[in-house]
Ligand binder design. Structure first.
Ligand code: XMP
Length: 508
């Protein structure tokens, strides 16, 4: 495997995903917690960082166990670190270097540059620049502004590159990464969905034996893939619980429950509308809504789980981005909490269950690929993300059963149309929002005074940043018309054209 030491760059996870795309397993660790470097570690990548090496607080890891011993690739800050702290010099660049640049390969025979055409487009993003390097450093590629764009350290298997090979705009970045992880580090490209399934099923069997496991299904990709994987390992000892909060999409509970049963899962559907909607009555504050839903979910789930005799484990669909310990937390302090995300907190302590998380090593796109290799319906795997609190946070203000029904009908028209028009898969997430606003309209000869709904569709890769999607006007016109004609209580439709940041994806 490859170890990536994280210095807090926004691109660290992207490096990891690119390495994984090469079917090579890798792990991210914070720079100040270097893991044990046993024989399985074939090479190390140093990430970029929001810091300058000249900052007093800049991350300064101790690389003695790595540099000169294992293959090492420093990217951006990583490269500057290898220059600055080993006898070279890094200075503030006369002009900050962001964006496209053309890289000329000076030493095409260098193992890192094999097959990289010259010139090739690369992506720069740095305010500092390397101005001198020690004698043992050989320049292997340059751009017009950056002489030390890529260098090798003689007598070691260490390289530094000033640009970001992991971003899409670096055209041959993946070739360069392949040269490093496969050519230089000698990693085998055997991290595939099939090998993951095989190993995980074996490990789960060993770990769980004949124990019973309970898992909460949400209808989403992660919990579904986790369930099918566990089911393959332990069969009927997996007990799934699918709670209907009454805040799911229209007909979603029944149709998803059916498809779970079709996959052979032992699943119990629990209808708990009344409880959720009862507890939410009159509540308008978004964070309170989340807390109530989180609590109710735990209670409903617990009551069901307790009925399963002798259950020992709680399975969760946690994925890698949820568990990777980020260096930015240790260098910048924990990111400010914007919205609390309430899903299934609080279960284990109360029930004394051990936790099993079969997907904790995977990125989202890997979860989908594993799901595909497990034979899960592509439509389920391609579903948009849907928030745990469901439609509750898309009904602004207080929630009533009537409002839920209106929003479900609007949402169904919108989402069905996205599918019919072939737009669903081009959008990362879409949904409708019921606004606490009434406006005047006219239908036939009558004046109306009814609700307004907003449609939202965003492009994103991880939900952290997002842009609104330029859906075709014809599509929006057709959907708006359909909604206003078919859903009683709605006389106006608007389209949300805000990006995140500064807006968020959900309205609450
Ligand atoms: P925001 O609105 O913060 O949303 O831009 C980013 C992503 O997170 C989802 N989201 C939630 N998911 N529980 C969840 O499980 C929540 O409380 C929650 N709030 C937002 C949102 O749908 C989007 O995908």
């Amino acid at each position: 495997k490859i170890v990536i030491l994280d210095f807090g760059s926004q691109y660290t996870q992207l490096i990891a995903r690119r390495v994984r795309e090469l079917n090579v397993y890798c792990e991210i660790h914070p720079f100040n917690k270097i893991p044990e470097l046993d024989a399985s570690v074939r090479g190390v990548i140093l990430s970029g960082s929001p810091f300058s090496v000249r900052d007093e607080k800049a991350p300064k890891p101790d690389l003695t166990a790595i540099k000169g011993r294992l293959p090492l690739l420093g990217v951006c800050y990583g490269a500057q670190y290898l220059a600055h702290f080993y006898g070279g010099e890094v200075q503030s660049a006369p002009s900050r270097e962001y964006g496209r640049a053309m890289l000329t390969v000076v030493e095409p025979s260098d193992p890192l540059m094999q097959g990289v055409p010259s010139p090739t487009q690369v992506w720069m993003s740095h305010g500092d620049t390397i101005t001198s390097v020690p004698d043992t450093y050989r320049v292997i590629a340059s751009t017009e502004d950056v002489r030390y764009a890529a260098f090798r350290i003689e007598g070691e298997r260490s390289w530094g590159i000033q640009f970001h090979p992991e971003v899409y705009h670096s055209t041959d970045g993946i070739t360069l990464l392949r040269n490093f992880v496969v050519g230089i580090c000698g990693c085998k490209q055997d991290w595939t969905p099939e090998s993951f399934v095989e190993t995980t099923v074996r490990e789960l069997r060993e770990k769980l034996g004949d124990d019973r496991v309970v898992l909460g299904l949400s209808g989403g990709v992660d919990s579904s893939v986790a369930a099918v994987l566990l089911h393959r390992a332990i069969g009927k000892n997996l007990y799934c619980i699918f709670v209907d909060s009454g805040l799911l999409r229209k007909n979603e509970f029944d149709s998803v429950l059916e498809s779970y049963k079709g996959m052979g899962l032992n699943v119990k559907g629990v209808k708990a509308h009344d409880r959720f909607l009862g507890d939410l009555a009159g509540v308008t504050d978004p964070e309170k809504k989340r807390k109530i839903i989180g609590r109710d979910f735990v209670e409903v789930f617990n009551a069901e789980a307790k009925q399963i005799e002798n259950v020992k484990w709680l399975a969760q669909g946690t994925i890698y981005p949820d568990v990777v310990e980020s260096a930015s937390a240790s260098v910048k302090g924990p990111a400010a909490m914007i919205k609390s995300h309430h899903n299934v907190g609080g279960l284990p302590e109360e029930m004394h269950l051990k936790i099993v998380e079969p997907l904790r090593l995977l990125f989202k796109d890997e979860v989908r690929r594993v799901g595909k290799s497990l034979g899960i319906d592509p439509q389920l795997l391609g579903r948009h993300p849907f928030p745990g609190p469901g439609l509750a946070i898309r009904i602004l203000g207080d929630i009533t059963p009537e409002k839920v029904e209106i929003l479900q009908n609007v949402d169904k028209i919108y989402i069905d149309a996205l599918r019919e028009w072939g737009l669903y898969d081009q959008v990362w997430q879409a949904g409708a929002i019921l606004l606490p606003v009434k406006s005047v309209g006219v239908m036939g000869d009558e004046r109306t005074y009814e609700s307004c709904v907003a449609l939202r569709a965003v492009a994103s890769t991880d939900g952290m940043t997002a842009d609104w999607v330029h859906l075709p006007y014809d599509f929006l016109a057709a959907v708006s018309n359909d909604i206003i004609n078919k859903v009683r209580g709605v006389n106006r439709v608007v389209y949300d054209i805000s990006s995140k940041p500064p807006a968020t994806i959900e309205w609450e």
